[in-house]
Design a protein around this ligand. Sequence first.
Ligand SMILES: *Cc1c(COP(=O)(O)O)cnc(C)c1O
Length: 378
Amino acid sequence: MVFKIPLSFPEFSLMEGQYLQQALQSGQLATNGPFIHQFETKLSKRLKTHQVVALNSGTSALHLALVLLGIGPGDEVICQSFTFCASANPIVYLGAKPVFVDSESETWNISPEILEDTILSRIALGKKPKAIVCVHLFGLPAKMKEIMDISGKYQIPVIEDAAEAVGSTLNGQLCGTFGTLGIYSFNGNKIITSGGGGALIGQDSSLIEKARYLSTQAREDLPYYHHLDIGYNYKMTNMAAAVGLAQLERLDEIVMRRKHINQQYKELMADFPGISFQENSGATDSNFWLTSILIDEEIAGFTNDRLRVVLLKNGIETRFLWKPLHLQPIYREVPFYGGKVAENLFLRGLCLPSSTSLSREDQEHIVKLIEKEYKKVV
Ligand SMILES: *Cc1c(COP(=O)(O)O)cnc(C)c1O
């Protein structure tokens, strides 16, 4: 379906086309070529202390992160419940078992208190978790200080799923750089895109080198094909890296634009009763990949679904917040720790159109349609 106003549409400058043209002319479209290295170098310069391996998706980055941490059959891995299924699926690929943890209502991300209770409870059952996957939903940083303190206390490594949080910071530090390993996604509707793509980042260069090796079918540097490990075909292509590099060069501009859109929504809807926003709290600086609101039906008089349908009829795409994984049929059997924080956010929330190309007029149009819903309720 083509929307008049899509949720999150990519925007390209002339550079993406130029780099892509160069990649095509060089004939290097696959997993060899200069753009891959340039993309990795540019990203690692930005991260300062971290090494980067460019991959073909955020999901494969998560899968490799778990492999590097030695996760295998029967191991337990704690994962934020309120997230996209790709945060948890790679745990299952390895025959390991997810354990889901609820969110806290300030950042909407994993609750440090419940995380610690969960660890203690699993240890009491004789199953110490092998890793923790935390997420920065819609770009807003999780409580990483508390999470890393718990990680240190119990000696459990953290994989930071920063798929949605490229360019977000907490106390000035970039999301993705707090955990033992971090991942980014450059899928089509993420903050910057390479078509499909991802990256695994970490400070430990031996881990990142191992990921690089595993991502290209674990090929030894020999004149013939010789394999000591089972590898994966997970490397980013040169063609994707060409687009990704041009996008990365414009990341600051794109993040500024998304933040501006968020600011404008807040101003335009400042006195809309029963509507609140996912908001920064002190130290967090979200990239506001998607502006997300909560609707209190008792005050507003309408639900998130009502708003979704009204906007859809006007060609405007919105999206529910992620349906928590502990409520997903495929994860019925998985242990869950917490209450109803994530569930209530899901029941009340909506992501609003947040493309960098969203015009002021379109934004005002969206807000007018929301305003009209109040007039229908008397
Ligand atoms: C998009 C996303 C992923 C997966 O990234 P892909 O590049 O689509 O594989 C993982 N986690 C979260 C939270 C995401 O939003």
